[in-house]
Design a protein around this ligand. Structure first.
Ligand SMILES: C[S@@+](CC[C@H](N)C(=O)[O-])C[C@H]1O[C@@H](n2cnc3c(N)ncnc32)[C@H](O)[C@@H]1O
Length: 256
């Protein structure tokens, strides 16, 4: 059984290793649009390390990452809520069929820019955000706004590699951002075994710019400074209808 918070004096890499082992032991179908298993192991390990009680996902499509969140809710005192546009009805129906077995997982349909504040306000403990749609700068705006308004302890953005302008912006807005290769366990024997297994799972799926050999999921634990409401004024220097300040005003008006 995985350790839960009551048992712990472990480090973040210990939690990540346990999630990597758990993932290897489950037969969870991976889809080419999905977040890689290693990226999910790192995210879940950090969710447990930071004692997150609510995970909010935006972007599930086939639901590989979402099923991992379902697994997480079975092993830790945490709930998970996944939001998706469900643009393809057949994919959405298949995903719901596979994931219906997780009591701690809620699947919502709609635009995260509208739904996320309603979900986050229900949370009674620390929140982690897993954003895999919307993408790019819009994703940064969504998370920055949520971090200023709610108790967000951890943020992860998929497809936010260091070679992208939005990945660099993520690191600027959330300075503790890391890719799991920077977390100090790359040389460990369990990690080599896990990567070999992960390469088998992913196989020769078409991945575009992505590679299992280099994560493009930026993960950031947040300090109080990174959750300050003042940041909403200065963070985003580009005009946008989804500028964090506009978004926050919209959410405040709705939640008031
Ligand atoms: C790459 S897929 C997600 C894959 C999934 N995370 C996994 O690991 O299997 C991206 C999804 O994000 C959804 N999406 C894009 N923009 C969104 C938004 N504003 N709100 C909710 N979902 C959104 C799309 O409908 C799509 O299903």
């Amino acid at each position: 059984m995985l350790a839960t918070r009551s048992a712990t004096r472990s480090s973040a890499p210990d939690f990540i290793e346990r999630w990597a082992q758990h993932i290897m032991g489950e037969e969870i179908p991976w889809f080419p649009s999905g977040i890689f298993p290693g990226e999910m192991a790192a995210f879940l390990g950090l969710c447990e390390f930071y004692q997150v009680e609510t995970i909010i996902e935006s972007g599930r499509r086939h639901g590989y990452s979402t099923q991992m969140l379902g697994e997480f809710t079975r092993w830790t005192p945490c709930e998970a809520i996944s939001i998706d546009l469900e643009e393809d009805a057949a994919i959405a129906a298949d995903c719901r069929r596979r994931l219906g077995k997780y009591d701690g997982l809620e699947l919502l349909v709609g635009d995260a820019f509208d739904i996320l504040p309603n979900v986050a306000r229900r949370a009674t403990g620390r929140i982690a955000l897993l954003i895999d749609g919307p993408k790019k700068h819009e994703a940064n705006r969504l998370s920055a706004t949520a971090a200023a308004l709610f108790d967000v302890a951890l943020v992860a953005h998929h497809n936010a590699g260091p070679d992208t302008s939005w990945g660099r912006e993520f690191a600027e807005w959330f300075p503790q951002a890391r890719y799991y290769e920077e977390m100090g366990f790359e040389g460990a024997s369990w990690f080599r075994e896990f990567k070999a297994w992960e390469r088998e799972v992913v196989g020769d799926a078409p991945l575009g710019d992505r590679s299992v050999d280099r994560s493009d999921m930026a993960i950031a634990p947040l300090s109080d400074d990174e959750r300050g409401k003042r940041r909403l004024w200065s963070l985003d220097r580009r005009p946008s209808p989804r500028h964090p300040l506009f978004l926050a005003l919209k959410w405040w008006a709705r939640l008031a």
